[in-house]
Design a binder for this molecule. Structure first.
Ligand SMILES: Cc1ncc(COP(=O)(O)O)c(C=O)c1O
Length: 351
């Protein structure tokens, strides 16, 4: 017991959660058939590609996509990797059906967790291997009901686990081998656990934990993840996922998304709308349509301990979106008071 004052901040990495009194429906049992796990989304995708890519396959990926993942794919396979249009401001991606060849592998994503299940061209379904990335909302209805060849998600972006990636499918039954992790990878994941625990203490107001302390662990583990081979999800993350109140958290995401979107929209600002009726995004994507204004608002938010994120720097978003948006997290960590404070700051800076 101490008289420390909690520190308020918004956004940035997920601290270790407080699970007192929470009821969990279990996580893995939400999925039709889990075929394999990885410490990451990248690892999950690379396992799928190792199975389905043939010598003649091209690998199609969204033009606007996680650069770490695309780089990992380029390093792992010699096949041609091609982009197809996936513009954040559009409601759906566009598969270039006339360019796809039999045996091609097509990776699509539920960008920002706001999209609904696409209606694929039956010929594309028949002749290509479809792989869906559900990282931005691993428990969406689309994710849980999809019938494409393979689906995967990185879990550590939306859930407070130190590592985690899942592969599932309703149409394939063959499990992926369980690949052990190197000692170095386990140490790196241990560092992420330290970062999550230290951040929790920092937010509680503990005097002897600084921001620099947990940030240094975070930087170290990101560098190791970019370098080391990725084995199966750890037992720690698997166990944590089973005790998280994932249904309640998704309800909070949905309500927070509606509240924060409406605050910005009713003041005349553009936010990306969800096309999926059950969408429970981790953040509201504010589209400011102006790079200088975006930079100014971002700097003002940072000065107020509000950390907006941006997906993705250096990515091909032809219409300037990359420089003109800010993502304000609306996840399970926050309530209306927090998001009211975020909306007030945003509107004051952006007007
Ligand atoms: C859509 C998407 N897929 C995959 C990943 C990669 O996940 P990981 O870092 O666990 O490999 C990310 C990371 O941000 C992502 O946004």
């Amino acid at each position: 017991v101490s008289n420390v004052t909690p520190r308020w901040e918004h956004g940035s990495s997920l601290p270790f959660p407080d699970l007192a009194g929470e009821e969990s429906p279990g996580f893995v049992r939400c999925y039709p058939t889990v075929l394999g796990t990885s410490v990451s989304g990248r690892g999950a995708l690379l396992s799928i590609l190792a199975r389905v890519v043939q010598p003649q396959s091209r690998v199609w990926m969204p033009a606007y996509f996680c650069p770490d993942v695309r780089d990992a794919v380029r390093r792992a396979c010699d096949n041609e990797v091609l982009p197809f249009p996936d513009r954040p401001r559009d409601r759906a991606f566009e598969l270039p059906a006339d360019l796809l060849r039999s045996g091609d592998v097509v990776v699509v994503q539920n960008l920002f967790g706001i999209r609904s299940a696409p209606a694929y061209d039956p010929e594309v379904r028949r002749s290509c291997v479809l792989v869906e990335d559900h990282t931005h909302d691993p428990l969406s209805e689309w994710a849980l009901t999809t019938t494409v060849d393979y689906a995967f998600a990185s879990l550590r972006k939306t859930l407070p686990v130190p590592d985690g990636g899942l592969i599932w499918s309703r149409s394939q039954g063959e499990a992926f081998p369980v690949v052990p992790n190197s000692m170095r990878m386990l140490e790196a994941i241990g560092d992420r656990v330290k970062a999550m625990l230290l951040k929790k203490e920092y937010l509680l107001g503990t005097d002897d934990v600084t921001k620099g302390a947990y940030r240094s662990y975070e930087a170290r583990v990101e560098a190791e993840f970019a370098r080391l081979p990725h084995g199966a999800m750890t037992a720690l993350s698997t166990a944590l996922l089973e005790v998280f109140p994932v249904d309640r958290w998704r309800d909070v995401h949905r309500q927070n998304f509606a509240y924060l979107s409406e605050r910005l929209r009713s003041a005349g600002f553009d936010v990306l709308e969800a096309s999926a009726p059950d969408a429970a995004p981790f953040g509201v994507v504010a589209d400011l349509h102006d790079a200088a204004l975006t930079a100014r608002v971002r700097d003002g938010l940072l000065a107020r301990d509000i950390y907006p994120c941006v997906l993705w720097r250096g990515e091909h978003a032809p219409d300037g979106f990359e420089q003109e948006h800010l993502i304000l997290r609306c996840d399970y960590r926050y309530d209306k008071d927090d998001l009211g404070r975020v909306a007030d700051a945003f509107l004051m800076l952006a007007r």
